[in-house]
Design a protein around this ligand. Structure first.
Ligand code: NAP
Length: 259
């Protein structure tokens, strides 16, 4: 399917690996020239080279912490203007609800809510002026169904979801579609580290922890970053012009709900 976005310019944050990289790859395959970001310079440079040579698009790497004002300024300077924005950052650490103090909450809200808000505030006005834009925020299944050990994630991402619910309707008339994708468990380093946490807590092996978590997913497997990326690229396509303010859950059916 031709997504109709060849030659567009996109920013994908937190994209040296995992879900962000999956999105960058799928957009590059659709012909989008990219700026991609993550903190480790060697990793993001290597990823940019690999994507550029595989898909024949321009890919500019920017090593920066997207959760800081300085980091975002560096990324935004490299981007200039963008037609497509994918916001993403590392997830907060697990714990118990009584563990976290104000500083922990502020850190999580900065990373998983306010960074995305700031990037949209910086780039969406230009999209509106040009009459076309797509934004995808990577959030989490925790928005629909809380994950007990990820209270910081439950909190921060719910805030971002509320913001998007309102602003997406205010910008849609200018040709800008803003949506969120909610990952369930995907086979990335983040999933490995959560499996490790479960294994340590329960006194079982990582394989046992993974098998146990997989058993809760109707597909019986973790999701894949490339499938996740394909959904993101579709939400950034011309054909997605009528999809506004939605929360697309990619979880293999794990959340047992009717709608
Ligand atoms: P991942 O495989 O660990 O990859 C994280 C990526 O983000 C890396 O490229 C990392 O590179 C970059 N990154 C982390 N913190 C950053 C920061 N402050 N600034 C810029 N780049 C940063 O993680 P993932 O599984 O793709 O997860 C992506 C997001 O989806 C996370 O917020 C996660 O909580 C959420 N999520 C994931 C799952 C899942 O099962 N995988 C499920 C629900 C939600 P550097 O370390 O070099 O910066």
């Amino acid at each position: 399917m031709d997504l109709g976005i060849k030659g567009k310019r996109g920013l994908v944050c937190a994209a040296s690996k995992g879900l962000g990289r999956g999105c960058a790859e799928a957009l590059a395959e659709a012909g989008v020239n990219l700026v991609i970001n993550s903190r480790n310079e060697a990793d993001i440079t290597r990823t940019a080279q690999e994507i550029a040579s595989r898909y024949g698009v321009e890919v500019t790497p920017v090593a920066a912490d997207i959760t800081t004002e300085d980091g975002r300024a560096k990324v935004l300077e490299a981007v200039g203007q963008a037609d497509i924005l994918v916001t993403n950052a590392g997830g907060p650490p697990p714990g118990v609800w009584t563990d976290w103090n104000r500083e922990d909450f502020i850190k999580a809200i900065d990373a998983n809510m306010l960074s995305s808000v700031a990037l949209m505030q910086a780039l969406v006005p230009g999209m509106m002026q040009r009459g076309w834009g797509r934004v995808v925020n990577i959030t989490s299944q925790s928005v629909r169904s809380p994950i007990a050990v990820l209270g910081l994630s439950n909190t921060a991402r719910a805030g971002l979801t509320g913001f998007v619910a309102g602003m997406s309707r205010q910008v849609a008339g200018s040709g800008v579609c803003v949506n969120n994708i909610l990952p369930g468990i995907h086979a990335t380093d983040r999933a490995d580290s959560l499996d490790r946490g479960v294994a340590e807590k329960e006194g079982i092996t990582i394989d046992e922890a993974r098998t146990r978590r997989q058993a809760g997913i109707p597909t019986g497997t973790y999701g894949r970053a490339d499938d996740f990326g394909a959904t993101c690229a579709f939400l950034c396509s011309q054909q997605a012009r009528f999809i506004v303010g939605q929360n697309i859950l990619l979880d293999g059916g794990a959340l047992n709900v009717t709608i």
